[in-house]
Write a new protein. Structure first.
Length: 553
């Protein structure tokens, strides 16, 4: 994975702390991180890399650069870091492209253009998109690198599903998906990884095996949108033109939004099922904890899978109850919100388990800081009169749900609303200003729960409405806000919460089959054994079992 540019600098894709010792033994003396923390669900933080580097005597520098267009100031910061660090240096980002771009711009005027382009090309990075910048120092966007009839931003659950739904309806569509990731994750499974039911590997598959074969995969990061020109700007200062755009890049986990969190994640008893590589650590902590204080946190809304922080609490407490340790463990939920669950019909069943596990509920408490070595968490408490105060509490284990925002390139774009989310009509999922743009999944401002179940229902609606625009359908379809949250209240039982816009209960099954307001063994079987195959083999393949869209009246 390491590509040499000069005797003093090599670049690579994302590294792990476990790789650092081998990097040192290969002769490198410094590491530069060009990837911002929190960019990916399987990404270790800079603090984790820095700690591993210190153990083997490597110097480090953090020069984070957002995906897409690298600014001149970014290149200058990179150049300054290289000048100060011991050589040779290894720089890494998600794929190595940002590192190569930074070096190319930093070398402008000091190295011939042909030499820069040749070295980066030999390393597997095409810098032709910034050639004019290297020569003139001016930002230049080239002519479109590609054009496709339908362009989908994001290859996660929503993106792969909507592509499959489109092709299931019309197999000759020209569709491109833009996504830089190598791996596709079944994120709903991470709750069960944190409870020892699944392994992490069961939730991951290569992206190439997931995307429909008739789709063009543009393996690049998105920098921004030019909806007036019907173009998407991608890394390397290239653009992709479209007739219809579907935006579903997912959500950004803002780990840095909690002071001290990135430095202590994965150690000192600090964990989160919201990251692929940390969910196994949750299970390790649960198994090892014999006594003390276990804290579970939930940040302000919106977040994806709002029930996930509670799921971690219930399954952990259930294990401690079954192993006879619960009486020695103080379980606490610190919730930034004012209620246990947003749909009141499901609260009585959940409260039964809160009482069973003797859990303490702390509402209107927002986690603001963590001191890992001292095992102390700091919260901002909001009183009924609106006044705020700070409290600190010790912990032996803490499961953190990070605050969440739309991706940076969405928030900074003309597609976003004032809060930064893709501004769509909640029924048609069409953008409110740009009629040939649609959005679905976690990054939109539609007032539904941000769950995979919601994306599963949204994908056919978007597919139908895009085809309506193209003249292949006579009417538009509407999304009713359906979302589902299988609340794993104990190992073997689930409260299957299903609801539409406005918190209206909307059960998929008759009560005599599954009464969603009560814990059910059948619902657990669905969560553990039925929903994963439905995800991989139905939702991502355009098979819309119980997800057919409704035509608007």
């Amino acid at each position: 994975m390491i590509k040499k540019l000069t005797d003093e600098l090599s670049v690579s894709a994302q590294i792990d702390p476990a790789d650092v010792a081998e990097i040192a033994s290969s002769g490198f003396r410094s590491i530069v991180t060009n990837r911002p923390d929190g960019e990916g669900a399987d990404q270790p933080s800079y603090a984790e890399i820095q700690m591993a580097a210190r153990k083997v005597g490597l110097a480090t520098a953090y020069v984070p650069v957002s995906t897409g267009i690298v600014s001149d100031s970014d290149a200058q910061a990179f150049k300054s870091a290289l000048a100060e660090l011991p050589k040779p240096v290894l720089a890494y980002c998600r794929s190595g492209t940002r590192c190569a771009t930074l070096w190319s711009l930093a070398e402008a005027g000091e190295r011939p253009l042909a030499d820069i382009l040749a070295r980066t090309k030999d390393a597997g990075y095409d810098m032709s998109g910034v050639a004019s910048r290297i020569q003139s120092g001016a930002l230049a966007i080239n002519a479109p690198a590609a054009k496709h009839d339908i362009v989908i931003v994001g290859g996660g659950a929503a993106g792969a599903a909507v592509a499959a739904s489109l092709l299931a309806r019309k197999s000759d569509l020209d569709i491109a998906i833009i996504d830089p990731a190598d791996t596709h994750y079944y994120q709903p499974g991470w709750t069960l990884v944190g409870a020892g039911v699944f392994t992490a590997k069961q939730t991951a598959k290569p992206m190439a095996s997931i995307l429909p074969r008739r789709v063009t995969w543009i393996k690049a990061a998105v920098a921004g949108f030019e909806p007036g020109n019907n173009e998407v700007v991608i890394e390397g200062c290239r653009t992709v033109a479209y007739n219809h755009l579907i935006v579903c890049p997912g959500i950004k986990l803002n780990w840095a939004g909690i002071e001290g969190l990135t430095e202590t994640l994965g150690k000192n008893g600090v964990t989160s099922n919201y990251r692929y590589d940390l969910a196994p650590y949750t299970w390790k902590l649960v198994q090892e904890l014999k006594s003390g204080h276990a804290i579970f946190t939930q940040p302000p809304m919106p977040i994806k899978c709002a029930g996930a922080p509670q799921k971690a609490m219930y399954l952990s407490a259930d294990h401690w109850l079954r192993t006879g340790r619960l009486s020695e463990i103080n379980v606490s939920l610190f919730n930034a919100g004012a209620v246990l669950f947003g749909v009141a019909d499901y609260v009585p069943a959940l409260m039964d388990y809160v009482e069973r596990y003797h859990a303490t509920l702390n509402f209107n408490h927002t986690l603001t800081a963590i001191d890992g070595p001292s095992k102390t968490a700091r919260f901002m408490r909001t009183a009924p009169d609106g006044s705020k105060s700070t409290i600190e509490t010790p912990f032996d284990m803490i499961h953190v749900c990070p605050p969440q925002v739309a991706p940076d390139f969405v928030r900074a774009s003309m597609l976003s609303d004032p809060a930064g989310w893709i501004d769509v009509d909640p029924a048609t999922l069409r953008h409110k200003k740009y009629r040939n743009v649609f959005g679905l999944g976690d990054a939109t401002n539609s007032p539904n729960a941000k769950t995979a179940a919601a994306a599963r229902k949204q994908a056919p609606v978007v597919a139908e409405n895009v085809l309506f625009d193209k003249g292949f359908r006579r009417a538009e379809c509407a999304y009713d806000g359906y979302g589902s949250c299988p609340l794993t209240v104990e190992r073997g039982k689930v409260v299957l919460a299903e609801f539409t816009y406005g918190g209206k209960v909307c059960s998929s099954f008759p009560d005599f089959v599954i009464d969603g307001t009560k814990p059910s063994r059948l619902a657990w079987t669905m969560k553990e054994r039925i929903l994963p195959p439905i995800y991989w083999q139905a939702m991502l393949k355009g098979r819309e079992w119980m997800a057919r869209p409704k035509v608007m009246a």
